[in-house]
Design a protein around this ligand. Structure first.
Ligand code: TPP
Length: 576
């Protein structure tokens, strides 16, 4: 099995041993050429494999034992499934003759992981191991990427078997379509050139397909503004004049307004998820929609599209560029040219009217300020990972992304506890690069045990905890939607994060005033090894703009200081 991994080009495995997989760990004892990183909880092995995969472009690998270890891994599998991250997860299984016997540490692994993987395998014979591993890596990395699970019964691992290693993978039932239909591409090119109010709406698929250079060329050639999803951040430089930054629930005013008023919307590697569309009936109501995606099941799943193009984003964009150049030679209609000038002016007006903004405070640290300083100090060159909550949205809004594969966040599943273990995988796959985990105090404690892994494997993750003493995003929803009936959000009894870091052998730093933020971050970024920065922020800060769940994107709440002030007063009266 280890030889198979090596042949697949694997250099790092994230795992945690147990009875059923001990034959593998016994082989690992003196096997050369594979680095094993011992995590402290199996979900962390899965998330670390995700971080490794997302930032290196290779398949991430994790290995855990049977029963509870496999069930611990399930969250990470579903996370990778929803965000299309290629990982191969190996689990141990009880010996084949005991399967179905309620044997010790038995769980129906393939049954449990079937809906949360792209594909899964139960290996019943040692001679199948090579072909299955070959197929597993092929399926994970090709088409729409995703997690593949391989279940390994102990007797199969113990019995001698000959290594079978097929040179090529051929699967009759699995043949993703890479080249978009030329007729559809031509149709899309014509539509884009004749559009008066076009917008490019870009998702994580552009990053998975390494199509960012083609996207930049396309945007600049056509002068079409670009908005990205949470997963698409980094596919287009945030500071490019054509960038509208993120759209959706916490997207910018100008991105949401542009999409709402678009007459042609070009979706590239994005899946029209509910956090982007809001109320589907009101999403881009006047637009003809072009949808480029490798996954045919994403086409017209949530929103009816007019020009579907199934294919690899990079290849389709190249085809589209050729088609556009040919069309441009035949001259763009002048009426569109005039309308496009007005469109650019309208977008500039929206941009000026409601830029992303927050109120400065001399005493309390504003979380948005921390994001701006992380962005400034790293010059947008760090690899950024987040937890889930307000801090995740502020990071998405205020970090100035320059590169693809430099942003890992749990977009689809919204998995609290994702930050630290994913950042660990990023650090393992990118030695020498600065890895910053921007976390929430609630998210961080869901996997803070992984500081031990960071310490023992010298993985220099810099965690910045945006400490607002609670589940901030829930506080925000209860404040805005549930009329201030705050319930089960307080985490003021969290441990002292500086001492916690030190207890794990890491360095801890704290900032409680705005003037301490930059020195604390500078110390963290220049200190070798893993560091935790506890940044105590204003807990009453909310993320704006906000589209309430199920609302139309034009119903954005832009900012409501009076409501926040009212809640502050109410809370101080009740002593909450
Ligand atoms: C595993 C998991 N449990 C619960 C939730 C629901 N949830 C979403 S955001 C949030 C609060 C997050 O708090 P924190 O990590 O401190 O981030 P903040 O919003 O304060 O920045 C909760 C409980 C979730 N997303 N994931």
């Amino acid at each position: 099995m280890l030889e198979c991994l090596k042949r697949e080009g694997v250099d790092t495995v994230f795992g945690l041993p147990g009875g059923a997989v001990l034959p593998i760990y016994d082989a690992l004892y003196d096997f050369e050429g594979l680095r094993h990183i011992l995590v402290r909880q199996e979900a962390a092995a899965g998330h670390a494999a995700e971080g490794y995969a997302r930032t290196t472009g290779k398949v991430g690998v994790c290995l855990v034992t049977s029963g509870p270890a496999a069930t611990n891994l399930v969250t990470a599998l579903q996370d990778a499934m929803m965000d299309s991250i290629p990982i191969v997860a190996f689990t141990g299984q009880v010996p084949t003759h005991l399967i179905g016997n309620d044997a010790f540490q038995e769980a129906d692994n393939v049954g449990i992981t079937r809906p949360c993987t792209k594909h899964n395998f139960l290996v019943k014979d040692g001679k199948d191991l090579g072909p299955i591993i070959r197929e597993a890596f092929h399926i994970a990395a090709t088409g729409r990427p995703g997690p593949v699970h391989v279940d390994l019964p102990k007797d199969v691992l113990v019995k001698e078997a000959e290594l079978v290693w097929p040179e090529k993978v051929q699967m009759r039932s699995y043949n993703p379509n890479y080249d978009g239909h030329p007729g559809q591409i031509k149709k899309a090119a014509r539509l884009m050139l004749r559009a008066r109010r076009p917008v490019l709406y870009v998702g994580g698929g552009v990053i998975s397909a390494d199509a960012n250079a083609e996207l930049l060329e396309l945007a600049e050639l056509t002068q079409i503004p670009v908005t990205t999803t949470l997963m698409g951040l980094g596919a287009f430089p945030s500071e490019h004049p054509l960038s509208l930054e993120m759209l959706g629930m916490h997207g910018t005013y100008y991105a949401n307004m542009a999409v709402h008023h678009a007459d042609v919307l070009v979706a590239v590697g994005a899946r029209f998820d509910d956090r982007v569309t809001g109320k589907v009936e009101s999403f881009a109501p006047n637009a003809e929609i072009i949808h480029i995606d490798i996954d045919p099941s994403s086409i017209s799943k949530n929103i009816q599209v007019h020009v579907p193009i199934v294919g690899d984003c990079r290849r389709v964009l190249r085809g589209l560029l050729d088609a556009l150049r040919e069309e441009i030679r035949d001259e763009v209609p002048s009426v569109a040219r005039e309308a496009r000038k007005q469109w650019a002016a309208q977008i500039a007006e929206w941009r000026a009217k409601f830029p992303l903004r927050y109120d400065w405070d001399d005493e309390l640290i504003k979380p948005q300020y921390v994001m701006q300083e992380i962005s400034n100090l790293t010059r947008g060159e760090a690899l950024i990972v987040t937890g889930v909550g307000q801090h995740q949205m502020w990071a998405a809004q205020y970090y100035k992304f320059k590169h693809p594969r430099a942003w890992c966040t749990s977009g689809g599943l919204g998995t609290m506890g994702y930050g630290l273990p994913t950042a660990m995988g990023v650090a393992a796959g990118n030695p020498g690069k600065l890895v910053v985990n921007i976390d929430g105090d609630g998210s961080f404690v869901m996997n803070s045990q992984e500081l031990a892994t960071c310490f023992s494997h010298a993985l220099p993750v810099k965690t910045v905890i945006i400490n607002n003493g609670g589940h901030g995003m829930v506080r925000q929803w209860q404040g805005i939607i549930y009329k201030g009936r705050f319930c089960a959000i307080d985490l003021e009894k969290s441990p002292d994060f500086v001492k916690l870091a030190e207890a794990y052998g890491c360095v801890g730093v704290r900032a409680t005033r705005p003037s301490e933020v930059v020195p604390a971050l500078e110390k963290a970024f220049s200190t070798p090894g893993p560091v935790v920065v506890d940044v105590c922020v204003d807990k009453w800060e909310y993320v704006f703009p906000m589209v309430p769940a199920g609302g139309a994107n034009t119903d954005m709440i832009l900012e409501n200081p009076s409501q926040v002030a009212k809640e502050k007063a109410a809370r101080s009266q009740t002593g909450f």
